[in-house]
Design a binder for this molecule. Structure first.
Ligand code: M6R
Length: 634
């Protein structure tokens, strides 16, 4: 979950590191730190808090060095303190940063406690000391390549997940990257001939996005791989020390895509990009109202026909998109479907095998539980498909096939445009499977494809009415003050919906919780009277997803039940649906669309409502407390 950046070249590394850390801050923002190696001396600066705090510290120092590393932390072992911030030193020889969890850190610490005085509470410091120890042993033995040998010896002893960047005091021209289970990408750039002919600048980061300013030519490190980055190039070994070559791949994202532009927050920018995301997702995949995913999915027809089961597995927002996918699959295919949260799926006695298409949904492609679930399904013989936004991600590289979201980089911690991309991709995928298996009706294909091409305009029409949602958020975020105590108008929110709209209720509640820190619960509308209705009173607004679908009348009865308990009703419904308006305190109209596609419209006002609510409360919208964008630990 932490962010890692490293540089070696002829330039000063400090600015490169700070820029990289700012781009990686979405991965964790408990503390930030950097280390440079200058005249064979490590210089380290680190601080609890965001990268801005580190930048302030830098103003009063004169740190520089042509080799360095930086880290943003999402705390696991040890509180959020300056001392626990990375980088960590191991003895005199080693400085290291880490993303992941070292499971046997106590054991290592005990083993080394006679030789090292540990100063932090982190698992990471034990790895730094262990590498220092193995390095000293290698020097004593007169090893030819003591740095590589030291790393090889240390990684054999460490259990858990790690991406390490390691610098050795005696080697100012190189640093090492080591990957086991936590993502790491390396990249290079040839300096211009004018500056230093033939020389390299080499970079590493936990996400290629952080390198885009310098290079789009990268290598995603493999499991169990060590890389040495120096001004002479990049070398790779496996953990047993066998050297191998790696090809660079070119990423088709550019630096402009990871900038906020004129928006105050990435989240707002990304919400506003959703019309474009829809266009990009269907581009070349819907032609003349027909679905064609043959360029994305090189499937063998016999294999597709041999599948009996469809598993869809994900976490968080990606899981809610999967719930919508479940209903699309029920409608367009004849497969037996199960949808699971990855952290549950991976520990169940799952029945899956060669008759199973197992779909793993992850915008980042790095979520630890989703990856572990995929490995389980693969080991049982399932055909694994990744639905992801990052085509170089760990998930994308491990599966049998990929369906790319085409949403462009998403930086805000709250997933918005990638959810839209997932919903659109799933509507295509389920139709495509149905088409190949002969279960998709021609009329459904034409109807859905035609509407998909109109949908971006309908999304944009909602986006053009953001002010209505700002006013709504202002109304419900209102506070009063009595005897010095601030009371919020709304104690909490209940989100309700039926069918696909239940998934959207879950997503709307998640958005409000994660960025505005407001308690929000989502319930299947028909389930409300089995318990949660007891929560309702005039201080608990109910947000209802009530588009004109086949379950509308049922949903309206549930609205009446909430109304009878004096809950203020905020409804999202289709235009012209005045019956819903008449029983709601506030009502937001969306365009009419096909029943299967309503989620792509109903979710937009909920994203904006949460955004404005958080804005009014003064929350740190792009970096909500305790969260990180990619959950790369279990
Ligand atoms: O990268 P992934 O799609 O695998 O991430 C899954 C969840 O961590 C993610 O959707 C999370 O719930 C977001 N913060 C939601 O806004």
């Amino acid at each position: 979950m932490c962010g890692i950046i490293g540089y070696v070249g002829s330039k000063d590394s400090v600015n490169i590191i700070i820029r990289g850390l700012s781009a990686l801050e979405y991965r964790g923002y408990d503390s930030a730190g950097l280390a440079v190696l200058d005249n064979n001396e490590f210089k380290i600066l680190k601080k609890a808090g965001k990268v801005a705090e580190l930048e302030k510290m830098l103003e009063s120092t004169s740190l520089s060095g042509s080799i360095g590393m930086g880290h943003t932390r999402w705390a696991t072992h040890g509180g959020v303190t300056d001392i626990n911030a990375h980088p960590h030193c191991g003895g005199d020889n080693v400085v290291l940063i880490h993303n992941g969890i070292i499971e046997n850190w106590m054991e290592i610490k005990e083993e080394l406690s006679g030789d090292y005085a540990f100063i932090s509470e982190t698992d990471t410091e034990t790895a730094a000391c262990l590498i220092d120890k193995t390095y000293k042993d290698c020097i004593e033995k007169g090893e030819n390549n003591p740095t590589l040998e030291a790393i090889k010896a240390a990684v054999q002893k460490i259990r858990g997940a790690f991406a390490f960047v390691v610098m050795f005091r005696d080697y100012p021209d190189r640093f090492y990257c080591i990957r086991k289970s936590s993502p790491l990408v390396v990249g290079c750039r040839h300096e211009s001939a004018k500056e230093a002919a033939g020389k390299f600048e080499a970079f590493c980061a936990s996400d290629a996005m952080a390198l885009l300013h310098y290079t789009a030519d990268v290598v995603y490190m493999n499991e169990g791989e060590i890389a040495e980055l120096s001004v002479n190039g990049i070398k790779f070994w496996d953990f047993s020390g066998v050297e191998h070559e790696r090809e660079t791949i070119h990423i088709d994202w550019n630096y402009g895509m990871v900038e906020k532009g004129n928006y105050p927050h990435f989240m707002l920018k990304e919400i506003n990009e959703q019309g474009t995301v829809l266009r990009q997702t269907i581009d070349k995949r819907v032609i003349d109202n027909q679905i064609d995913l043959s360029s994305d999915l090189k499937w063998d027809l016999e294999q597709v026909k041999s599948w009996r089961k469809l598993h869809i597995v994900a976490c968080g927002t990606s899981y809610y998109a999967s719930l919508v996918a479940e209903r699309l699959a029920e409608q367009f295919t004849d497969l037996e479907i199960r949808v699971d949260i990855a952290s549950e799926y991976r520990y169940r006695n799952i029945r899956c095998g060669a008759d199973t298409l197992a779909v793993f949904v992850s915008q980042s492609g790095e979520t630890a539980d989703t990856l572990a679930a995929e490995r389980l399904a693969k080991s049982k013989g399932a055909h694994c498909l990744a639905v992801t936004n990052v085509k170089g991600s760990s998930l994308a590289r491990e599966v049998n096939s990929i369906l790319e979201l085409k949403a462009g980089p998403e930086i805000g911690v709250a997933a918005t445009k990638t959810f839209m991309g997932q919903l659109a991709a799933f509507s295509l995928l389920m139709m495509w499977i149905g088409k190949l298996r002969g279960t998709l009706c021609k009329s459904d294909e034409t109807r859905i494809c035609a509407e998909l091409t109109r949908l971006p305009y309908k999304v944009e029409s909602i986006l053009s009415r953001q002010d209505e949602l700002r006013l709504l958020a202002e109304k419900y975020a209102e506070t009063t003050s009595r005897y010095g105590i601030v009371y919020e108008r709304s104690k909490g929110f209940l989100f309700i919906g039926r069918g696909n709209e239940f998934a959207i209720a879950l997503e709307g509640a998640l958005k409000l919780k994660e960025i505005a820190y407001v308690h929000a619960e989502a319930y299947a509308a028909g389930e409300m009277k089995h318990g949660p209705i007891a929560l309702l009173d005039s201080g608990t607004p109910v947000i209802t997803l009530a588009p004109a679908d086949s379950l509308l009348e049922k949903t309206m009865s549930n609205i009446e039940e909430a109304r009878a308990r004096k809950s203020p009703i905020i409804s999202v419904t289709s235009e012209g649906n005045n019956a819903v308006k008449s029983i709601s305190e506030d009502c937001f109209f969306i365009s009419r669309t096909e029943e299967e596609l309503y989620p792509m419209l109903t979710v937009v006002p909920l994203q904006l409502f949460a955004y404005f609510f958080a804005f009014i409360k003064g929350c740190d919208i792009d970096k909500p407390r305790n969260l990180a964008k990619s959950v790369t630990v279990e």
